[in-house]
Design a protein around this ligand. Sequence first.
Ligand code: ZN
Length: 269
Amino acid sequence: MAVNNSKPAVRRRVHKGRVGGCLTVLVILIFTVSTIISGCTKKNGGNKEKPVINDVSVSQESVTDVSQDTVKKYIICIDPGHGGEDIGSSNGDRLEKVDNLRYATEVIEEFSRRDIEGIEFEIVTTRTSNDVDMSNKERAAFGNNAGADLYLALHRNHSTDRTANGVEIWVQQQAEVIDEVLGYKLFKYINKVGIQSDRGLQKGYTNDTQNNFQIIEYTNMPCCIVELGFISNDEDNRLFDEHYKEYGKAIVDAVVELCQEGYLDKVQD
Ligand SMILES: [Zn+2]
């Protein structure tokens, strides 16, 4: 390698000598040309002073417009899954519809406790009691009619295999980037609270990736289904009981971050 390197070094030196001479000529040429050009631009620059001042006044107006819009409002639909006759899944006396409302209530209360500069949340919810019967179509229509910017369906998972555990988040098969970003943010904050396992972001429908869950299919805004641990797994239930308030905060953290990064503005525009 040393032998090969020595030749280009010599060539460069010879080349530098030639270039040095050329450079001198070039510098003189560039100096002459730039003197002529600067003379021209000075004339034009004088004429351009007024438009520059106009530009400043325009930007001041736009700054005023921005300040009027600094508080951005987002409508978030919280949908505690199941309710009424539809108990969801169960484990002994433990009913999914009750667990879902339990952490959904925490999410809603956490939103009301947050005071985030420049962001205002309006929270709408499909139910505040365990006696409400609503089909998935009715729930989605509720979110759509409310003009929600984001829809969160809150559930718990179930399996006949009682060792199955962890958190799953479902998005649409043809997910917009926003749905996926929200999914990953939810995992980021829920993982911090502590879960048995992260089962990852899932698309479509269980065992059928060509179809979406109804709630995802019928809603017309970014939507995630959160399956917060398995009701059929004892350790997931223990974690749920211990941390459901923190999980609620984690979900709000994810939504706040999504809004602060402007993802929902792209939808609103
Ligand atoms: Zn469910």
